[in-house]
Design a protein around this ligand. Structure first.
Ligand SMILES: [Cu+2]
Length: 149
């Protein structure tokens, strides 16, 4: 019996490590600052949780934003520009969060519930936060899937 358990664990470990980042939810992803000058103190995290019926709820908790400023955020797929740095891969939007505005202290929280299939694997490689007024300004990005494929 003991040998059986060891064998099973030996199989389960690599499977878990090799599987999609969304297995084993809830999972927290940390935002990193992009190499630009937008909102230099911006930080935060994204917590993704299974919410039943094949749905995933993702909550962004952000601070260091510009007080009163409007933002947009998205899940993006792995793009063509990098296979090891999702935030630099320039991938297409797969799921959009509702538009949101930072409060008077520069904090914001926004939640989206989406079908897991829309963000599985390379389809949910990273989450970024853009200025609503200028989507090319992306102060922070949270890597979700660290390697393409
Ligand atoms: Cu985006």
């Amino acid at each position: 019996m003991m040998g059986h358990k060891i064998v099973l664990l030996g199989i389960a470990g690599p499977l878990l490590l090799g599987s999609c980042a969304l297995f084993g939810l809830p999972t927290t992803y940390l935002f990193k600052h992009n190499p630009n000058q937008a909102d230099p103190n911006a930080v935060g995290n994204a917590v993704a949780s299974e919410s039943g019926g094949g749905m995933v709820t993702t909550v962004l908790s952000l601070s260091g934003l510009t007080p009163g400023k409007a933002y947009i955020a998205h899940y993006h797929a792995f793009g063509p520009d990098s296979s090891t740095n999702p935030c630099a891969s320039n991938g297409p939007v797969t799921v959009g969060f509702p538009n949101f505005t930072a409060d008077a202290s520069g904090n914001a929280s926004v939640t989206v519930k989406t079908e897991q299939v829309k963000i599985e694997g390379d389809k949910g490689a990273y989450i970024n936060v853009h200025y609503a007024s200028d989507p090319s300004a992306v102060p922070i990005c949270a890597p979700v899937k660290l390697a393409k494929g």
